[in-house]
Write a protein of this length. Sequence first.
Length: 237
Amino acid sequence: MLSPKTLPPELLVPDKLSPSTPLAAWKAYLSLTGNRYEIIGSLALLILVMATFAHFLGFVEARPGATLADPLLNHLPTIDLTWVIFPLIYGSVIAAIVLLSAQPKRLVFALQLYALVVASRMLAMYLLPLDPPTRMILLRDPIVELFATGDAPTRDLFFSGHTATMFMLYLTAANPIARKVFLLLTFVIAAALLLQHVHYTVDVLAAFVFVYAGDDLLRRMKGKLAAINGNGHGVHH
């Protein structure tokens, strides 16, 4: 298992020195002008990225791509696991938001990382247009369809957004039990996507690489900015 990620020093002090309630934590966080600018900027960036992604999915769906030879998919049965994938991933997202709601810095970092992951997916899909696996069973995801053309997208392949989201929840979680659960569910979701032939194997594997690299890059950037500002509030491994 990957070593736990840590956030700024002020989040690692004993509990008795930390705000005792989520409301107190948010009051303390928003009391700093820089934090208020950061959360407003992070939300604006996320909205911009998601709006762009909605239009981009239409472009991707209209563009033909390559069909990959995938030995693993060829040996896997085709099973419709939509009923497993949908509740697990969105239940996990809701749980993560609830858990992070008491930790403003972690929540803001997660929003920033998600925006970076979505932007990375757009770049990856633009550079590597793919047609879906031949035995693909449509994954009817109402959230994704909301941001797409209204139909279930089939060419938003490289890299897997569902796998990326679950792995991101693991990397940004603070609670040790939640981290273990999110990591386990990441592998469950990845396996289910392959069994439903929604993605190629490389789509799923690449999601781990892109998300981990994005997480590391964002933490390093925040650490350098903190060093420049002299506030010691960067994000560290």
